[in-house]
Design a protein around this ligand. Structure first.
Ligand code: IPD
Ligand code: CA
Ligand code: CA
Length: 271
């Protein structure tokens, strides 16, 4: 029987994940792409491997890969590849990172994989087929109120001086049980899908960061939108996902913050 797209994506993600753990144990050095934006030998080696495997299996498919070695042709099928999501963590020996791949057909994500090779956790989803962690079906949490939620966000390394998320961080930290900042957007999304987190939002993510994770959240019965409640888009300026039950409450709070109606003023610093 011919393997499915998902099966092939899993095989490739596992192979790339093995490579990442090998580099992680050797503590490879990093280079700077921008002032704070890191890249390691592992990002490049993982991307080389993934692009090579995808090209040999699917020569006609387009590939959009973060480190630039793909080829975005006008194909019905397009792969999004983040060969190492969580590079800053990886470079510092902080064990939260993953490799993620997703396949889009005519603009709709049809399958996605997020593999965490340190904790041996494989998150997978196919459109209409549910979401899974190591082959066990997963579902979003049952938390009913934002005040009882554990949520997560992230901050980009690029153009960080333009990022307004610190305002959102403070308001959400006040409104919930807490805000986590794990440093890997794909895992943040996967952890909403399996109920470890109740919600996640971030500004300025790229399609390769979130294609697989958004599908996982949707297939785990969660909700995905932009932070203003409009449709979620891989190319949108921001994204918000949740267990669905707290989505409207969270988007309403975001609305207040966008309008500069801060429910909790930032405390003054005194000596
Ligand atoms: C980053 C991580 C991080 C998020 C950044 C992303 P990278 O991806 O997902 O959690 O906050 O916005 O760029 O650069 O490590 O692949
Ligand atoms: Ca990433
Ligand atoms: Ca990356």
């Amino acid at each position: 029987m011919t393997p499915s797209y998902l099966e092939i994506a899993i095989e490739i993600a596992r192979e790339a994940g093995g490579l990442l753990s090998h580099y992680f144990e050797r503590r490879v050095g990093f280079e700077l792409k921008g002032e704070f934006d890191l890249v390691t030998e592992a990002d490049r080696a993982s991307e080389r491997l993934i692009v090579e495997r995808l090209c040999s299996r699917f020569p006609s498919h387009a590939i959009v890969a973060e480190e630039g070695s793909g080829h975005d042709s006008p194909s019905e099928y397009r792969w999004y590849v983040d060969p190492l999501d969580g590079t800053t963590n990886f470079a510092h020996g902080f064990p939260i990172f993953n490799v993620t791949l997703a396949l889009e057909r005519d603009g709709e994500t049809i399958c996605g994989v997020i593999y965490d090779p340190i904790h041996l956790e494989l998150f997978t989803a196919e459109r209409g087929g549910g979401a899974f962690l190591n082959n066990h079906r997963i579902q979003v949490s049952k938390t009913r109120q934002l005040s009882e939620a554990l949520v997560a966000t992230g901050f980009p390394s690029r153009k960080r001086h333009l990022n307004v998320n610190v305002h959102f961080y403070h308001q959400l930290a006040m409104a919930t049980h807490g805000v986590r900042r794990g440093g890997s957007a794909a895992l943040d999304l996967a952890w909403v899908a399996c109920g470890r987190l109740d919600a996640f939002w971030e500004f300025g993510l790229n399609p390769w960061d979130m294609a697989a994770g958004l599908l996982l959240v949707e297939e785990a019965a969660g909700a995905a939108s932009d932070m203003k409640g409009g449709p979620a888009s891989l190319r949108g300026p921001h994204v918000a996902v949740s267990n669905r039950a707290i989505h409207a409450e969270m988007v309403a709070l975001f609305g207040d913050i966008f309008a500069n109606r801060l429910r909790w003023p930032l405390p003054q610093i005194s000596e």
